[in-house]
Design a protein around this ligand. Structure first.
Ligand code: RVP
Length: 505
């Protein structure tokens, strides 16, 4: 007869933090969000740390190079999605590793023959108002000019106008060659009173663009996460099938950390994958594993040599695994159990294996709760999908801007079927994820800063100056269904009819 699982199955929304004593030192500016990414021995430093406890989900709709760069600039790490060929995944990793801060390779390039209507469509889709023009439309093709919002007026008759008729042509643009330093580019921008400086090589090909605004923001990134060669740190997803082919390409491209991407990770497939990596690379290649939802699963993966363990089955916003297969567990309870197992493992072995809480974060306070429950860092999908930098289209649906967001187990992504196949792609006959829209939320930087300001502020209320103190000092309480109602705006008529009083992030 089946046994009854003793653990509970609660979600984040069922908990709150009870504030503790805070001293005059407990102000947000004093709070550190530094956290280990991979395992380390007692008394030693973790080989990779993050400055903020956030990683972006291993998903087509979330983690491309642009988001990876933006997140590393804020101190977190993206895991480039593995549901693509090993070659194209490695190319994305390489794009992040070779990115020169401040030099932007535009993802909205025009050709001279396009029309103003095309320009407007691209502007709406990407949010960019400055677009380079190349002969072939590739971001590094022969440079022909540049279009900014000052180059055209939008009237009905103009929409058919060709780009070459209104762009600022190459010969009228101030440009610089690729050997010019960012500082020197900035001086040129100021001297010529321009906003954008195209970098063009000796053959006349566009290399990148330097924007006036980027230089200023480049100087104000105290948390940015760089490797010893001053390149952005980036992770990459792998699967339990083609690792012998994929891992070498990712390592060669410079991936700093890998993660086995599976909806259910308490399996021999994960051990075989970890064994293969250790046999071929020893400890020099870092690999996280998962997902698990209890102490037993954690211990299995820790014993197999995982560098971190990811927690969560079925809690993702686009995930219907629980409905489809009836497996999973409330994210908060799963996390609490796994973090307890991590601490016991550390006591016993002297090895600290960080825990990642994956999926199900809806409100910013869920982040603080997950960290208080013991998560070393959080993996977020929906949260990042909403930003300018995610790789999906921005669309206007009924007057509101939205971004597309689909699950890795959805029909849209499942050509790459990672879900529970154990080597047999043909076995996938049902979907475990949906295709959806999420509200567009603007630039990553503004949103991450705003969310982490709330996290820091709550940590102060708990008397904690770092994440270890938060775990020690936090007092967590279960809330009843009726007190949940009390927590939102209630028994008033909201003046702003657009607000339902829910502050989702
Ligand atoms: P969320 O942040 O709630 O959007 O959840 C993201 C997580 O959901 C991912 O990191 C992954 O673990 C899970 N996921 C991704 N695709 C699917 C699916 O199609 N079922 N689930």
């Amino acid at each position: 007869m089946a046994t009854f699982f003793e653990g509970e199955s609660h979600t984040f929304s069922e908990y709150l933090l009870v504030p503790g004593y805070s001293s005059h030192e407990n102000v947000p500016a004093n709070v550190s969000l530094e956290t280990p990414l991979v395992k380390f021995r007692r008394g030693e430093e973790p080989p990779i740390r993050m400055n903020v406890p956030m990683v972006s989900a291993i998903m087509q709709a979330v983690s491309g190079p642009r988001l990876a760069i933006a997140l590393a600039q804020q101190g977190g790490i993206s895991f480039i999605y593995g549901s693509q060929t090993p070659e194209s995944e490695a190319a994305m990793v390489r794009e992040v590793k070779t990115y020169k801060a401040g030099f932007v390779v535009s993802d909205s390039t025009l050709t001279p023959d396009m029309t103003l209507a095309d320009v407007l469509e691209m502007r709406d889709r990407t949010g960019h108002t400055t677009m380079p023009v190349t002969a072939d439309g590739s971001p590094t093709g022969p440079f022909r000019g540049i279009v900014t919002s000052r180059d055209y007026r939008v009237s009905r008759d103009d929409r058919g106008k060709r780009v070459f008729e209104f762009m600022t042509g190459a010969k009228d643009c101030v440009t610089a060659d690729p050997s010019t330093s960012l500082k020197a580019c900035n001086d040129i921008i100021w001297d010529h009173k321009i906003n954008t400086l195209p970098i063009v090589d000796a053959q006349g090909n566009l290399v990148s663009l330097v924007f006036r605004k980027d230089y200023d923001s480049h100087k104000s990134r105290p948390d940015e996460l760089l490797d010893e060669h001053k390149r952005y740190i980036v992770g990459a997803g792998i699967n339990t099938r083609d690792y012998a082919e994929r891992v070498p390409l990712l390592v060669e491209a410079g991936a700093d950390v890998l993660c086995i991407d599976s909806s259910e990770g308490f399996s021999e497939w994960q051990k075989l994958t970890l064994d293969w990596v250790r046999a071929n690379y020893g400890d020099s290649v870092k690999v996280g594993a998962g997902n698990v939802v209890d102490a037993e699963g954690f211990r299995y993966l820790a014993d197999c040599g995982a560098d971190f363990v990811k927690v969560g089955i079925g809690g993702g916003s686009i995930c219907i695994t629980r409905e489809q297969k009836g497996i999973g567990r409330g994210q908060a309870s799963a996390l609490i159990d796994v973090c307890r197992a991590r601490d016991e493992y550390f006591e016993e072995t002297g090895v600290y294996v960080p825990v990642c809480s994956d999926g199900g974060i809806v409100y910013d306070y869920h982040m603080t709760l997950a960290l208080a429950m013991g998560a070393d860092f959080l993996m977020l999908g929906r949260y990042f999908a909403r930003f300018d930098e995610s790789p999906t289209r921005r669309l206007n649906v009924n007057g509101s801007y939205v971004k597309e967001y689909w699950g890795e187990g959805s029909a849209r992504a499942r050509n790459w079927a990672r879900y529970d196949l154990g080597g047999d792609k043909k076995g996938l006959s049902f979907v475990e994820g949906v295709d959806s829209y999420v509200p567009y939320a603007g630039p990553l930087k503004d949103n991450v800063e705003s969310s982490l300001t709330k996290v820091r502020s709550t940590m102060c209320n708990c008397g904690a100056l770092d994440l270890v103190q938060l775990r020690e000092k936090a007092r967590i309480t279960l809330v009843s269904a009726t007190s949940l109602v009390e927590g939102g705006a209630h028994d008033v008529m909201l003046k702003d009819s657009n607000s339902d009083g829910n502050f989702r992030s």
